[in-house]
Design a protein around this ligand. Sequence first.
Ligand SMILES: [Ca+2]
Ligand SMILES: [Ca+2]
Ligand SMILES: [Ca+2]
Ligand SMILES: [Ca+2]
Length: 570
Amino acid sequence: MFGRFITLLLYLTCLRAAHPIVIDGLFDDWQEVPVTITDPEGDYNYDDWAELKITNDDDFIFFKISLHSEETLLQNWNNFYLYIDADRDSLTGHPFRGLGAELAWHFGYRTGQYFEQDGIIDLWQNDITLRQAPTVTSTEFEIAIARGSFVLSDPDSIAVIFSSFYDTGDYMPDSWGGVVYQLDTTVLGPAEPILMEKTGTRLVTYNTLNTGILESDRQPKFQRIIQALDPDIISLQEHSEWNEIGDIISSWFPEDTWYQGYTFRDLVVLSKYPIINQANLISSERTMCALLQTDDPINPYLLILNSHFSCCDNDDDRQEQVDELVKVLREWRLNDNGPFDLPEGTPMFHVGDFNFVGYREQIETVTAGNIQDEGNYGSDFPLDWDGTAITDLFSRHTHKRMAYTWRSDGSSFNPGKLDYVLYTNSNLSILNHFVLNTLAMPDSILNEWGLEAEDTNEASDHLPRIVDFMVTDLGITGELDLPQQYILSHPYPNPFNPQVMIPITLAREAHIQLRIYDIHGRLVISIADDVLPAGKKLFSWDGSQYPSGVYIVRCQAGHVMQTEKIILLK
Ligand SMILES: [Ca+2]
Ligand SMILES: [Ca+2]
Ligand SMILES: [Ca+2]
Ligand SMILES: [Ca+2]
């Protein structure tokens, strides 16, 4: 009687509400979801639950679990169990603390059981469409299980227990009979589509699985994908063949000129912009870089770092690789000790298959420059030019509230975020970004872009990540040690009409190109293109023949460049 009362009470306190959860490892989408269970701290001395939230959308039941105890890896290193009584009948299924559980899922071993009438069926992640995030260590996780899986068969309500150690650990809830969640049948609809139309310079990063672009059966799929995406820059991992790739990409875009870098190990960068320098960066050859010369009026250089770090449970090697990379970038930027001249304030992307499926610290190393082994690799070095961390871009699929970039339905590992896009947000703005998963796209969109539903699934186990961006700032702050060859001072007056003065100070003789561009990057006029002696020089520009608006003054000497914005106000 008392047990029944408790169940009723929990049932009543569980608010029904569907929520558009995105499985991406970010938790702001859970803020509106009421807490289902608050579990006490210290009721178990090892993996100690803190909180459970449950909600659903049209396709999935979602769980958010968090721990009082230290972080762990959800797809490994734990004995977490989830029991679901899907028919709300304690006499059917596996008896566990008052539940008759049809599903028992063992997270750390990536296996489960379906307890049906006639026996037990072993399950893998794909049988229940298990999706979870983050893929790295954490104290909180979001989990999705398909409502329509044959194990749950689209229930009206479920009773749930999480156990943290087989059948003896901490329980959520501690009460017998589990917690009941009544599914909300309100139709939320599919994810708001992310448009594929290119909105800026487009970078695509893609692990093409064992040089897949060169394989005859997969090449047509890659061709449809790459042509639909229409990138300006392509960064490939697991492409280890030297020749052909440049010709293949060029043949897919006969209107454009493409430049191909060298292939470093299994890494290559291809670009519509000239690749003016490139190098391997770390001893394992798992990070290369390419310096591109773009036509951007604010900063014509772009550095692409392309990485494919060690796989799987090889946390030690991965950490060493990212530690070494931060050291290399620090020595390059602070001491000019790098493979080639890197213009101060060069916008930078670091993309690739990072294989981050273990310790979260690896993300902090490649973003904040937080070196773990400072004894061997020296002091930390924030990787953006303004002394802050570079930004980890979280993207989702165009038509699904999912963010995984790797998926292999036959694997015991559920889909995860293995592919990263990091960027210097001091001088780059992201205009659009997404993960392409053709399996999740409606036929009308596939047709529009010349794609087929199985394309990304059959091309590779990774999905391409797409980012449209623009350069917004030179990124140089006053504290940085500029090469003292020349200095462009603030033009004056600003705004101006019709004449603006442009002061330049040269520490020594230098070849200076001083040009004015309009806001669309079109050259308006070349003011100077000369070798000038050391000293102060005042240039001027008369804008009386030009329309009001924002113009960009660009002063360049070799690889060093500065810009100033000026406003003509008539
Ligand atoms: Ca989320
Ligand atoms: Ca607890
Ligand atoms: Ca049952
Ligand atoms: Ca508990």
